[in-house]
Write a protein that binds this ligand. Structure first.
Ligand SMILES: Nc1nc2c(ncn2[C@@H]2O[C@H](COP(=O)(O)OP(=O)(O)O)[C@@H](O)[C@H]2O)c(=O)[nH]1
Ligand SMILES: [Mg+2]
Length: 324
């Protein structure tokens, strides 16, 4: 399974749906005559409308059962409460179309041909009104689909290592280096940035590494609302955080700023947060607050840092319980 919004069906626009329903109905009416023709038109139009609207809704994941990580992430770019409301409206319209069918089926059953046609026309007018009432909802859903289909494929159920730190400290170098063998790296456009997701396997467990340029590379107060919401989502997903610091300050950020970013992250994430001082090849001294020193370019202790993150996670896969 990939991210839950990837395969969302497209939703029809209100006009398109009404046109489709009525033209199919006309066709089915032409195949019959008299009373039967009117009944067949009613059945066809109401079914097309209720089925299409129902399919719009059932294509969306159930927000009550969705992992909170995805609810949070989705909420960063669309308003999830509004989205639920749009889905409820469309469900209402789908049911309403079925109600109209039942109502007019029984009205037409005992009526002569002229009255049957009058009822059928009345039913069509009401169907058109119902669909028009959800015109905005259908548009909003189409819009939300466009925005959500490219969400990063981060799997909240997989053990996750989030890599944070100021720009140019070596985050991407680290992620690229440790995930090189797996060939499984992808980057996703997310608002104004790119989220990179890579994988490593250790003892048959797949770990996910998430590199977050634009999100966890500067102080919280510099994040906009969308970015803050995305960071809350990451707080849910993270099982360990590596904050990479560059003591050589080649990256262009003074070490005290880098430390205070690390401390911020340490106080907001529940997961263990490790301080990783990179570019050890460029720094003479050692640092008391470094959990680990490494040099990605010199291949020094890179594997050690990865193992430290994996140990910090201490992931126990859920094993099937043997019942015998
Ligand atoms: N000297 C040295 N340079 C490094 C090391 N790790 C990364 N770099 C360099 O630092 C720069 C920024 O690295 P990058 O991975 O893009 O940083 P990011 O912005 O945090 O993802 C690049 O030019 C890297 O080659 C290291 O261990 N030592
Ligand atoms: Mg980078």
């Amino acid at each position: 399974m990939s991210q839950p919004f990837e395969g969302l069906p497209t939703s029809p626009l209100a006009d398109e749906l009404v046109d489709k329903a009525f033209s199919r109905a006309a066709r089915s009416g032409r195949a019959k005559s008299g009373h039967d023709a009117q009944e067949s038109m009613l059945l066809t139009a109401t079914n097309i409308i209720s089925d299409n609207l129902e399919n719009v809704v059932s294509g969306w994941p159930d927000f009550d059962r969705l992992d909170p990580f995805y609810v949070n992430l989705a909420d960063a770019i669309v308003n999830v409460d509004a989205l639920r409301q749009h889905l409820n409206e469309v469900t209402w319209a789908s049911r309403k179309a079925t109600d109209i069918r039942h109502e007019y089926e029984s009205k037409m059953r005992n009526s002569g041909i002229d009255l049957a046609e009058k009822h059928r026309k009345q039913a069509f007018a009401r169907l058109a009104d119902v669909v028009e009432e959800v015109e905005d909802d259908l548009e909003a859903l189409l819009d939300a689909r466009e925005q959500l289909r490219d969400l990063p494929d981060i799997r909240p159920d997989e053990p996750t290592i989030v890599v944070a730190g100021y720009p140019n400290v070596g985050k991407s170098s680290f992620v690229n280096d440790v995930t090189r063998a797996s060939n499984e790296e992808a980057s996703y456009p997310f608002t104004t940035t790119q989220v990179h997701v890579g994988h490593v396997e250790h003892r048959h467990i797949r770990y996910q590494l998430v590199d977050t340029p634009g999100l966890l590379d500067r102080p919280a107060e510099e994040r906009n609302e969308v970015e803050s919401q995305a960071v809350s989502a990451l707080e849910h997903a993270a099982d360990a955080v590596l904050v990479v610091l560059d003591p050589s300050v080649d990256c262009g950020y003074p070490l005290d700023l880098q430390r205070s970013l690390r401390d911020d992250i340490g106080s907001t994430f529940d997961a263990p947060v490790l301080s990783v001082f990179n570019k050890s090849d460029r720094a003479e001294e050692s640092f008391e607050d470094a959990d680990h020193m490494m040099s990605v370019t010199e291949d020094e202790n890179v594997e050690g840092v990865l193992m430290a993150a994996i140990e910090a996670i201490d992931y126990e896969p859920e094993l099937p319980i043997d019942e015998d």
